[in-house]
Design a protein around this ligand. Structure first.
Ligand code: NAI
Ligand code: 15L
Length: 265
């Protein structure tokens, strides 16, 4: 493809994907409200608040594909979630509709289903059980993606990311971890698929302890290679086992299930 847009490119996943996804496109356009550093020769840097509809329209113009990572990535006040995740996602889809409907990889989250228990195993057709306003905003983005597909044919890979970090950090992430390498290979499958549609895909590595069945996404040919199980010994040695009655041990969303409704950030 000619130009790939990555929103949220200054964030934890975005900083890594800036390098790893570069081979997919001639030009990578990187956007955030935070500093993006220096542009490499194949890069364009655009400072843009996702809540700014005109700014997002210009941001998307000329792009052939989008990895949408930008927004609040945890629980926050409704005002912040509203601007970045709800208005921001709407602005992105409207901009895509006006600019040739580039294929989108949408970063959704396990917090759309955070109130399921850790002893449950299911596929992506399970009813949503968000664990906070952040999770609700991701449910909104998933529904928005589906509506733009059904109404206009806009293709999106809705990726319900588990926990995407360099290594799993605690016992819960032995199930929910997604390695950076597996995220990158998923993005490659998403953008190379001849037809995508609007599948919901669990963004999870090949962890022995995973909670989610990804067989509905087999048509993509994605084969996650990493396994959080290889980090089990280190986690067991260095991270205290959570109380079996605590949210960290009971719920897939872990401590997010306990957050209050934040009035201030
Ligand atoms: P992050 O918080 O490190 O990065 C998000 C980026 O979005 C930040 O650089 C931030 O400046 C930018 N941003 C926030 N509000 C914005 C606005 N109004 N306009 C423009 N940019 C804005 O998050 P991370 O970990 O890189 O996650 C990326 C995406 O993946 C997020 O959408 C997050 O919800 C989702 N996700 C991440 C998971 C993980 O384990 N890292 C798990 C599940 C979902
Ligand atoms: C998420 O959705 C967050 O963006 C990320 O920072 C982690 O907290 C992750 O979920 C998780 O629950 O591990």
């Amino acid at each position: 493809m000619h130009r790939l847009l990555i929103t949220g490119a200054a964030g934890g996943i975005g900083r890594i994907m800036r390098q790893r996804l570069a081979p997919l496109a001639t030009i990578v356009r990187l956007s955030d409200i935070c500093d993006l550093g220096e542009a490499a020769p194949n890069e364009e840097l655009v400072s843009c608040d996702l809540g700014d509809d005109k700014g997002v329209h210009d941001l998307v113009k000329g792009c052939d594909a989008i990895v949408h990572l930008g927004g609040m990535s945890g629980e926050a006040s409704f005002a912040k979630i509203m601007n970045a995740n709800i208005a921001g996602c709407y602005n992105l889809y409207e901009a895509a509709r006006a600019n040739g409907m580039p294929r989108i990889l949408l970063a959704s989250s396990l917090h759309t289903v955070g109130f399921y228990r850790q002893d449950e195993y299911f596929d992506a057709n399970v009813p949503l059980r968000p664990d906070g306003l952040y999770g609700v905003s991701k449910c909104f983005s998933e529904a928005l993606a589906r509506m733009y597909f059904d109404k206009f044919g806009q293709e999106t890979a809705v990726v319900r990311i588990g926990s995407c970090f360099e290594h799993p950090r605690d016992h819960r992430m032995l199930a929910s971890w997604l390695s950076y390498g597996d995220f990158a290979s998923l993005a490659e499958c998403v953008f190379k698929a001849p037809r995508l549609g609007c599948p919901v895909i669990w963004g999870v590595s090949n962890n022995d302890a995973r909670w989610w069945d990804n067989s509905r996404a087999n048509f993509l040919g994605w084969q996650p290679r990493d396994n959080a199980g290889l980090h089990r010994a280190r986690i067991e040695e260095t991270v205290p086992l959570p109380d079996p009655q605590s949210s960290s041990a009971l719920y897939q969303g872990g401590p997010f299930t306990e957050h209050p409704i934040f009035k201030e950030d």
